[in-house]
Design a protein around this ligand. Structure first.
Ligand code: NAD
Length: 369
């Protein structure tokens, strides 16, 4: 029989909670849809729980780890991004934390692709026109035209898991692809995409020959019709190439005035005040955002300015919100399943209890021999 572990989940993650209970775990779930106050998380950790299930809304730092000194064994985060968890603090307290990489890659990339299409072809405006009975005639160019995605050039900023999946989807729409990533470049993948592009043209599936290549950030921004961002949030001091406000007045001005920005990464990667200005002053054609500097998006955000409404699509952090992706109990399919498996691995000492061998643990560096 499994030892009776105590777990606090800051959010309901569905059927996977029952999976833990069936294993004999005592699991308390915060019942509200909002995140619990930090003081409650600290209180629960202090009460001696073994495992903490978190979402990206929960700030997890030294205060939490200190409260769990000697008792807290793992933090299992239901997200691939973990910028809410202070990695240095986790390492100092030697608490492993897990994430849910891979299982949300395709869902997030497809949503980024849909955002790009919705923005360029003005789906929101088009539906409003129809619903509000403002569709009075068919006309060659009135009341508006959109921009095609097919055949255009997309810059993929960050070619990790989601960036590569975005590349695959863009290639399917006969797009040319500019890749930028200062830390990880997958030339094999890019070569394989080029080969499929060449084959599609050779076999008559595509009329034009498409291309893909790694370039500098400057080149990517200057040449792209669409810029899609797939980087982690890395603040000053956390990386040689931080991503905080990577999109600012300078970089936004270096995009084409006809170009569109799509962000499904993390809000603080884009300076929202600069973006609102860029849209108001037509430095760029439009933007679609799934993530914000502050979430939920504040009522007085400059991004809500009615003057830019037609060119600024706003979504409520749902890029990974597919039914299977979010809630499947299968750790190879669902974020919930993977969260729970990461927790179980640490608490039940899978992989011979060697944290460095556990696939979902992020901060392995704290446990090296
Ligand atoms: P990943 O670690 O596989 O890829 C991130 C890539 O960004 C890496 O290759 C890294 O080298 C690169 N990078 C780092 N700094 C960079 C910089 N300055 N410029 C360009 N590239 C840089 O991560 P992933 O699984 O692809 O996820 C990416 C991010 O997407 C996550 O960290 C998360 O914040 C976000 N995300 C959001 C949602 C959503 O619902 N909106 C869902 C999933 C992931």
């Amino acid at each position: 029989m499994t030892q009776k572990f105590r777990v606090f989940a800051t959010s309901d993650i569905g059927e996977s909670i029952e999976l833990l209970r069936r294993r004999g775990y005592e699991v308390e779930v915060y019942p509200k849809p909002q995140s619990p106050p930090k003081s409650l998380i600290v209180e629960k950790v202090k009460s001696g729980i073994d495992g903490l299930i978190t979402t990206l809304r929960d700030p997890i730092d030294a205060e939490v780890f200190e409260a769990g000194k000697g008792t807290l064994k793992v933090v299992a985060q239901m997200a691939v991004g973990f910028d809410n968890i202070n990695r240095a603090d986790a390492n100092r307290y030697k608490i492993p934390f897990t994430n849910t990489a891979d299982v949300l890659t395709e869902a997030t990339a497809e949503f980024a692709f849909f955002m790009m299409g919705a923005l360029a072809r003005k789906l929101w405006t088009a539906e409003h026109l129809t619903r509000e009975n403002k569709w009075d005639y068919w006309h060659p160019f009135l009341p508006f035209l959109g921009d095609e995605v097919t055949g255009k050039t997309v810059a993929v900023i960050g070619t990790g898991r989601i960036g590569l999946a975005m590349i695959k989807k863009c290639a399917g729409f006969d797009m040319n692809i500019l890749c930028y990533d200062p830390a990880y470049q997958n030339h094999e993948y890019v070569k394989a995409i080029q080969e499929t592009m060449d084959l599609r043209q050779a076999r008559g599936i595509c009329k034009d020959k498409n291309w893909i290549k790694y370039v500098s950030l400057e080149e990517a921004l200057a040449q792209a019709d669409f810029v899609s961002v797939h980087v982690p949030l890395l603040r000053e001091g956390e990386s040689a190439t931080p991503t905080y406000h990577l999109f600012n007045e300078r970089t936004l001005r270096s995009m084409k005035p006809t170009a569109f920005l799509v962000n499904t990464s993390r809000g603080p990667v884009v300076d929202e005040a600069a973006l609102a200005k860029a849209l108001r002053e037509n430095w760029i054609a439009g933007a679609a955002l799934d993530v914000y500097e502050k979430e939920p998006l504040p009522k007085d955000s400059p991004l809500r300015d009615p003057a830019i409404e037609e060119r600024c699509r706003l979504y409520p952090h749902v890029a990974s919100a597919g039914r299977i992706t979010r809630l499947s109990t299968d750790p190879n399919k669902g974020m919930a399943g993977r969260t729970v498996q990461g927790l179980i691995d640490v608490l039940e000492g899978n992989y011979g209890g060697d944290v460095t061998k556990m696939p979902y643990v992020v901060n392995k560096e704290a446990f090296g021999k």
